[in-house]
Design a protein around this ligand. Sequence first.
Ligand SMILES: O=C(O)C(=O)C[C@H](O)C(=O)CO
Ligand code: ZN
Length: 280
Amino acid sequence: MSNHYEVRYAASPKHVKAYDTETLRDEFLIQDLLMPDKLKLVYTHYDRYIVGGVVPVKKSVKLETIDPLKAEYFLERRELGIINVGGNGTVTVDGFVYKLGYKDALYIGRGNENVTFSSDDAAKPAKFYLNSTPAHKEFPTKKVSKEDAEVVEMGSLETANARTIRKLIVNSTVDTCQVQMGMTELNTGSVWNTMPAHVHDRRMEVYFYFEVPEDQAVCHFMGQPQETRHIWMANNEAVISPPWSIHSGSGTSNYTFIWGMAGENLDYGDMDHCKISELR
Ligand SMILES: O=C(O)C(=O)C[C@H](O)C(=O)CO
Ligand SMILES: [Zn+2]
């Protein structure tokens, strides 16, 4: 069995106020997502969102079901979003082959039984980052390449938050039940993401930080706007953002991150913005 999974339960903002550094990290930080030839999955009780990763090197790796799903196969009642953050690779979905280059995405609809991941070149393996949510119906599987994304430029160099948002798996590019994914690239000299910050009590979110240069880090901010906490994050680490929490970060350099979310709606713009001067 090449699967390794763990479960994270949902936390109340009342309790999170009292968490120390170690407890915050245990509850929200996700490490070791990109392991060679091993599928790592974290099953959260936030909208039953699953965060995962796999780096096929010596063999192809199958998306196997895990016990919490009590399902015959992983996508029996779920959908899946994938973004490749490594070398060229292939995802095979019930016999159909999808080639994914760097920063390309694939949406796989509910009902597909056999999903496998492989790399074109073991010396430069693909690194597949995965987000999955429960799905009430089948939608067609669709590749969304980096070029097909809806692109928005945000922020400015003056406020150190100039960034490009690439919306990959959103309702303008592909039909999904709940999952939405995309990536945000910070321009050189800019370090702040998602500032001004926001919450969306209707949707949880997960951030996966990558392209963080060696010996640099990103300080991720979470918590209710008037009760913030921070988690120091390294390259290729993810963090769960409960629906009541801001999700923002400031790096010691620029970096890129993948956002993924699910919940009550598919409206990317549904955000309650927080005034910077009112954050505590
Ligand atoms: O830099 C940003 O701003 C973002 O990337 C925001 C995320 O996309 C987000 O939080 C969507 O709800
Ligand atoms: Zn958000």
